[in-house]
Design a protein around this ligand. Structure first.
Ligand SMILES: [Zn+2]
Length: 394
């Protein structure tokens, strides 16, 4: 298969149809023309962002030279099993995805529910409308690249500009019309809680993990934590019982009606556009309240949102010194303690710490032996130093 002459590089987080539109534009063609050239005939090319047909990605990789993994990540299907358990709806999918973790409510409060044809985060006709960042779309020449996250109810803000994603009703990919004929929406900043939640979601999508105050969690856990919070905030008053005071307080502080005004119960994916927006805002508020200890979650995973231990106040120290040199050394010691703690469970941190400790060893193997001995005493597994555990090895 010969390569297409021009193929602009995908931008991080870009949706597959966005990239195809940009390639087609460079050839004076349409997406359908490229699809036909790859040997496919699709009635609805938009479905490519969800699950491309068998072999499509391999053919596209051959035409463009892009890696298949890069192309797969531009589709919802490429996000399994982190964002989605599986693309095809399954009978117990809802319970599996939303009931394994608990944050605000104690375990066992929410009723098991079977939702037909349910997929987490999947947009429906009633829900999430296409959204776009006013600044991203203003800064790029048409056709503007658009993000996969603009198409699904997962983030409220742009991870680059930290302004709110705004509803866009024009033709997808031709956001320049937004700015020229309609004046375009003015960028609206989001509050710190939303920004922090979205930064973590973006980190999960782009790096595969999220740094929470006390733990680093896998992207799959982050998406389930977020979806669990949305489910808890949408739980009925009967399910919540007396613990409903927790969810009510979150809704009040978020400034929205309890359960975004929904009645009767529906899963988050089936809510209206406005209800989904309010629910995501309430989830951001809940995380903020947990991390500032205003609210104490009763679920097993609530501890993930506890703030980091306060390193500056140690009741064991009789006198807090104000001497800047002593304070600096205390800071270094505290940082080192935290790094050792992390190195016990994180190979990459263990390797970085080892390299730091043996930085000035020269030809002296004695230092290497000493450091390895110290690692053993500190409980840092030496197998973490093996090149087999290095994700960057060739
Ligand atoms: Zn932006």
């Amino acid at each position: 298969m010969t390569r297409w002459p021009v193929h602009p590089a995908p931008v991080p987080g870009e949706a597959l149809t966005s990239w195809l539109r940009r390639i087609a534009h460079r050839h004076g063609a349409e997406v359908q023309d490229l699809v036909l050239d790859l040997g496919y005939c699709l009635s609805c090319p938009e479905d490519l962002d969800t699950v491309p047909p068998e072999g499509f990605i391999d053919h596209l990789a051959a035409r463009t030279g892009a890696a298949t993994d890069t192309i797969r990540a531009m589709t919802l299907n490429g996000q399994t099993p982190w964002l989605l358990d599986q693309l095809q709806p399954a009978a117990q999918a809802y319970t599996t995805y939303t009931r394994q973790l608990t944050v605000l409510l104690p375990p066992g409060r929410r009723r098991d529910r079977a939702v037909d044809h349910w997929r987490p985060w999947a947009p429906t006709d009633a829900g999430w409308q296409h959204r776009a960042c006013p600044l991203c779309t203003m800064e790029s020449s048409p056709p503007c690249p658009y993000q996969l996250t603009w198409l699904v109810p997962l983030m409220l803000s742009c991870p680059v500009h930290h302004c709110r994603l705004e509803r866009y009703n024009g033709p997808v990919g031709y956001h320049d019309i937004w700015h020229t004929s309609l004046g375009g929406p003015a960028p609206r900043p989001v509050n710190a809680a939303i920004r922090r939640m979205d930064e973590r979601t973006w980190q999960a999508l782009t790096t595969g993990h999220v740094a929470l105050p006390r733990h680093r969690v896998h992207a799959g856990i982050w998406f389930r934590l977020l979806r669990t919070l949305l489910d808890e905030l949408g739980a009925t008053l009967t399910e919540c019982g007396t613990y409903g005071r927790l969810t009510r307080e979150v809704w009040e502080r978020a400034g929205h009606p309890v359960r975004a005004g929904q009645h009767p119960w529906r899963p988050y994916e089936h809510l209206t556009d406005q209800q989904q927006t309010q629910s995501l805002e309430a989830a951001a508020t809940a995380i903020h309240l947990l991390e500032t200890r205003v609210l104490a979650g009763l679920g097993h995973e609530a501890a993930l949102f506890l703030p980091p231990p306060n390193m500056t106040r140690d009741p064991g120290r009789p006198h807090q010194t104000m001497d800047p040199t002593a304070l600096r050394w205390q800071e270094i010691k505290d940082s080192l303690d935290a790094t050792v703690e992390e190195a016990r469970t994180t190979p990459e941190t263990a390797r970085q710490l080892f390299n730091f400790c043996t930085m000035y060893r020269g030809e002296d193997d004695h230092i290497v032996r000493e450091v390895r001995g110290s690692f053993t005493k500190l409980g840092i597994p030496l197998e973490y130093l093996s090149p087999m555990n290095d994700p960057h090895r060739l």
